[in-house]
Design a protein around this ligand. Sequence first.
Ligand SMILES: Nc1ncnc2c1ncn2[C@@H]1O[C@H](COP(=O)(O)OP(=O)(O)OP(=O)(O)O)[C@@H](O)[C@H]1O
Ligand SMILES: [Mg+2]
Length: 257
Amino acid sequence: MAHVHVILNQKGGVGKSTLAVNLAAVTADVLGGAPDAGQPPVVAVSIDPQGSAVWWSERVGDGLPFDFVQAHDDLAGLAALSRIPSAQHVFVDTPGWLDLAEDDGADPLGKGAAADALRAVLSNATDVIVPVEPEPLGFQPTQRTVERVVKPRGLPFRVVINNWDPRDGKADLEQTRAFVEGQGWPLARTVVRHYKLHTRASADGLVVTQYGANRVALQAREDFFRLALEVGLAAIPKPARKPRTKNAKNAKKKVTA
Ligand SMILES: Nc1ncnc2c1ncn2[C@@H]1O[C@H](COP(=O)(O)OP(=O)(O)OP(=O)(O)O)[C@@H](O)[C@H]1O
Ligand SMILES: [Mg+2]
C-alpha cells in the first residue's frame, strides 16, 4: 500500500504545488527508480484543474524523477491512490478552494467536482501536510482547513511554514509558530525558506533535485531534504511477514533466552 500525502490549505498561493512537487522529487531521489524504467515508487497527483503542477511537470519533461498524473476528474482513481502498483509514496496537490459551506455541522467541502475530488483523496489519505506562509493573513483559512476538513476525518497532519525569507527577520516567523502551537497543531521544525530559485523553478522546468551545485541552490534543496527526513518519507517499508513455523518459533526463543 502506498502512503498518500495530501498537501492541503484552503488559502491559495501558500506553496501546495511547490511542496507537492519538490517533496516528490527528493523522495524519488532517495528511493530511486526512474519513471521511464516502469514502476516508479513516487507519484505526484494534481486534483487542481487549473493547477500549475501539470504545466511545471510538462516543462521538466523527460527528466521528471517521478510519475505525474493530472486526475481531478478521475474519482475512482483518486479513491484508489494507495493501491497504485509499485508506488510507495503518492503526493497530492490540491486546489486552493475559496468557500467552505457554513459551519452547520454538514460536510464543509460542499458540492461540486472539486469537492468530490477532494473527498475521494481524503478518504484515501495517510496524512495531510498543511503549508502556511509566515503571515497572519493565512491564519483563518488555515484554521478552517485544519479544524473543519482535516481533524473531523481523524487524519494525522502537520503544518509546515513555507516561503520564509530570512531577510524579513524573525517576527512573522515567530508569530506564525506561536499561532500554530497555540492551536495545539503539530508543526514541522523544518521551515522552507524563500528562494528565488523556487519561484522560478516551474517556468525553468526544474524540480529541486535538478538545481545547480552552487551554495544557494544547495541551501534551497536542503530544506526539502530536511522536511522529507522529518516527515519520514524514506522510511523503510515493513517487510512482508513470513509465516511462522514451529522451528522459527523455537529459534526465536533461543535467541531471546
Ligand atoms: N519557498 C518558496 N520560495 C520561493 N517562492 C515560493 C516558495 N514557495 C512558493 N513559492 C512561489 O509562490 C507562488 C505560490 O506557490 P504555489 O503555486 O506552490 O502555491 P499553491 O498553494 O499551490 O497555490 P494555488 O492555491 O494557487 O494552487 C509560486 O509562484 C511559487 O513559485
Ligand atoms: Mg497550486
